[in-house]
Write a protein that binds this ligand. Sequence first.
Ligand SMILES: C[S@@+](CC[C@H](N)C(=O)[O-])C[C@H]1O[C@@H](n2cnc3c(N)ncnc32)[C@H](O)[C@@H]1O
Length: 296
Amino acid sequence: MKFNPFDYPLAWADPAMLSLNSDFVGHIPFVMGLVDLLRPGTVVELGTHTGNSYCAFCQAVRLRQMPTRCYAVDTWRGDASMGDYANGDAILAQLRAHHDPNYASFSTLLRMTFDEALPRFADGSIDLLHIDGCHTYEAVRHDFEAWLPKLSDRGVVLLHDTAERRAGFGVYRFWAEVAAKYPSLNFEHCHGLGMLLVGARPEPALQDFMQLAAAEPAAIQQFFAFQGLRVGKHQALDYSVAFGWHVQSLLNAWAAAHGKPVNPQCGTIQAAQADPISFFYNLYLSAQQALGNTSS
Ligand SMILES: C[S@@+](CC[C@H](N)C(=O)[O-])C[C@H]1O[C@@H](n2cnc3c(N)ncnc32)[C@H](O)[C@@H]1O
């Protein structure tokens, strides 16, 4: 068996939602491909914030029309690693605006602590658990040990930030302890993402993937890292257009206030995202006109 990138079609998908503040973006291709391989009955994420990782799980489930149930657990209040959120209600509202119309039929956002959510899940019921809460060693260890009994016999645990060595981040230390106890795979890019096959009877498709990852580690690391870079560029372009859009709005307001012609090329933000080169060229012309008029 040889590694073939076209065996992971969901890793090539464009995310339907990309929020700005997230260190997870570079792992979206892998987790979408993983959902496709594992076909989980139940997915739980501990730590969702703006939803980049969680919406990737949901998008994969929806694309494949799987009978999966997904749950996101977060207080949306922040933590010791992220700091306290001043605007947690707004973050959750923005996530809901994308999540509810697209995924509410199979997905539930649980606003509570991880410990409070535990009794909602039967032992052995979760096939895929993503732990991405507070990143201190003690917190990650607690979350892993508390939730491990909930994993099924084909269960998989993902840990984000396994490569992050900043002060206060201890996932790498915990990863060093658990990686040898289970079949495991660690991606070094984008702060690191570790995968543990904690169940006694792993999904055969995932076992095959692990064999490939052992036989051709460089090919698999590079493929998912490059796909992650692609998604990161997609995110950068979306947000460049969004910020450019604000600049265009300011210029239009200035032009209207000064009795100058407003840029007639300024359509919807979706149109700008579909054709960013034309959008930025027109923005450049607007700025040139405004600056030219100001200096005259
Ligand atoms: C690093 S962020 C999650 C990032 C997210 N997975 C992404 O894709 O960008 C961590 C989140 O975990 C939440 N959190 C941390 N510890 C928690 C706990 N014990 N109970 C509930 N939420 C918690 C925080 O509120 C924060 O939103």
